[in-house]
Design a protein around this ligand. Sequence first.
Ligand SMILES: [Zn+2]
Length: 516
Amino acid sequence: MFDRKSSVIPRSLRLSTLITALLAAGCREPGARAFVIVGAPVTAIVHVRVIDGTGIPAKDDQTVVLQDGRIRTVGYASTVTPSAGAQIIDGRGRTVIPGLVGMHEHLFYQAEESGVPAQAAFARLYLASGVTTIRTAGTVDFKGDLHIKQRIDSGDLPGPKVHVTGPYLNARTAAPDPEAIAREVESQADRGATSFKAYMSLRAPELKAAIETAHARGLRVTGHLCAVGFREAAAMGIDNLEHGLAVDTEFYWDKQPDVCPNQGATVDQLTRADIATDSGIHRTIADLVRHGVAVTSTLAVYESFTGDESAFDPRMPGVLTSWVRKVYDAKRPDWIDRETPRARMWAAMRTKEMQFERAFVAAAGQLLAGVDPTGWGGIVAGFGDQRELELLVEAGLTPEAAIQVATSNGADFLYESDHIGTIAATKQADLVLVRGNPSANISDVRNVEIVFKDGVGYDPAALIAATEGTVGRDDVRHFLRWPLNIIPITLIVVLLERLVLRRFRRRAFKPAVSAP
Ligand SMILES: [Zn+2]
């Protein structure tokens, strides 16, 4: 209908618009609705086993009724009659557990030396694996994390509920600068962080400033510390410590105040400790419990350093983009050897860490769980959270207690236990239907059939299928590799062409104007 000659859009601009549109279409993430398999206003899961997240033994033959996003009733199937019109799901041979509350999560994947943003892909993997709430534990792309949270909350993209932690708080100057750290906490909070991650180099005065600034705003601080030991941090009022004993430097024989010692040397020394009898370690546990400091278990990432077969999830490599896969494949041979001194040290540390975490739980410590999809890149979102549950059971917790750690303990820490973390009437309907019986075989948590978030049921298989080959796609470096590098190259060529053409035309035009 438009006269070509009357078009005011230059041809080269039309071309670049088309390329930009294609680029945007290529990156467009599938919407949340595409994965919904249960959307009825009332759903009843009948004759199902329930592990409710409080740590009590599983209950057989229950009926759980979900209505308008909440759990309306849960009780013995013989006593609960779903209303007419409810969508009935046969729960025989299946178990429901609360949606997992992952407390050491990231929305980036660790490829090469730096993290690769993977917000949309990881959000799908968390949800597919039954993780309905996450707290990120540090970020390489704060803006991206805030953006994905907003898109998930608006119902645009599939994913868990996200509690966003800001970028890592690190020491940046030779002498401690607590004012700078306080300013950084304020700035992160202003931008939307609800939690803060004190990192390894942070020194005592800086950590103290971070804690005080966060607490003044009613927000909480967790730490992967190194320059400061656990008991010192507990005395300052830190809320949460990540990774457990393996990163507690206070037992290192040559620990200097405010200096982060060599990690290998610290871990090596800890592998020689007898957790059952070491009075120093028990004093630390007692101190953490007394100060109400939670500890986040991240056994899956430790296992990824041991070279053990069990650390390699067969579902994992397929979710990586081809360029990230190449990076992973190049690193893998170095990490599958169980006989290297490093692998042996971490295998020993994993055992000590399990003993420590079990002792912490026995002392009424608040243990949380998370995946920490970093390290050398051996584990990813969601799958690693499931592995974490298996490892907690290997550490000696009952399956019900392990599930409690990964659900209601996290909800408690986030001050959200009035509406998530357990399966009880009036709670938000965040739950996971799995085939099998995790109370007998914890690995059945991997057999996810439906993940409910606010009563809406998502298809885990479709979420994983949509994630195949996408981890790393959000990273700009992705566009610098073949075949996608053709897009920025074409754009540059088109823009250069326009500039040259414009110059040429102006020059060609000039004499005509200036002629008398
Ligand atoms: Zn981490």
